[in-house]
Design a protein around this ligand. Sequence first.
Ligand code: PMP
Length: 410
Amino acid sequence: MTGTTLDDYTDRYARRVRGMTASEIRALFAVASRPEVVSLAGGAPYIAALPLDAVGEMLNQLAAEQGTTTLQYGIGQGTLELRERICEVMALSGIDVGCGASPEDVVVTVGGQQALDLIARLFLDPGDVVLAEGPTYVGALGVFQSAQAQVVHVPMDADGLIPEALELAIAEVARSGRRAKFLYTIPTFQNPAGVTLTEERRERVLDICERAGLLVVEDDPYGQLGFDYEAPAPLRARRRDGVFYLSTFSKTFAPGLRVGWILAPHAVRDKLVIASEAQILCPSAFAQAAVTTYLSTMPWRQQLKIYREVYRERRDALLAALADYMPAGTSWTEPGGGLFVWATLPEGLDAKAMVPRAIAARVAYVPGTGFYADGTGTGHMRLNFSFPPPERIREGVRRLATVMEQETAM
Ligand code: PMP
């Protein structure tokens, strides 16, 4: 079919395809990557901060000296060596043997994204409800939507998810005769909101979910990227039953390798492996070997520190520029880690409608609507600070403020 956007296959698709819509964010990234545009839209880590020569040498050796295993098929669960290393990484955050973390219960995935997809495959039937922060990670929304589940958002404030709102949402779903399967949460340095669930609320959220018989899916790509303070221990470090812990090396090492994992209750672990084998047979042996070797031979804790320092400086640049340039009535979160700030626009401004004018002014951001399943969020935007250098961030915010001022005058 040429020259038309009509789709001859519409009648043939499976029902789940109806929920699949092109992410406006992906389309935005294509424009935002033009060199003249300051992109505050992405979520890319600053890979140039890695010792690329040393990493290159390591990858070369893995192929040249161990190629007969690293370029071969592997097992569905992922290599034991990597799962052991993953347990060391989790122990840094407080998820250790004391709380039942074991290499046996780790499943290696193709990034955090496959981890989410596996959870959806195991637990979601069409029509099931997922409770999730509002706003939440756009890639998780895509997964839940293609599983034909319904996402019910629970609001946050500066201290993260609001426990009372969670209770209300659970009651509301029950009243409507539907079944909420799990709470999907990013409690630490949340994407996109940049807020962190407090110690006290972590306990309350776990209690509420336990009482309601709700599983907890804890997504934690950013927990080790705290700049100002150590993040509170993950939910999984506090409770083992009913809590699934998902993480990835995408933000602490390199997203191009596509290595993530799930720590799951023992019984579920087998099902996850079966589901993953049906999807991908096995995660990349080469990528797993790269991460394993990186963690065992290179100064990865030092690298985490370098990432944190780079991001702290960029976060500071973004917050300072917002304070200097943003029109009155704009507010924003002040993240203690992670990659994102969530801004709330003055009354009447529509972040989604403003995108073309912002791009014309050579600045890009993601409108808040991308992070809600229900089309709300027009009054918000997500701003990323991990990728552009501080002076570009400042220039981007200056351009953005000019667009907002013109918009207000319209
Ligand atoms: N969960 C969250 C909250 C994320 O922000 C991301 C990546 N932006 C992912 C999962 C997916 O991670 P990966 O890139 O490893 O697939």
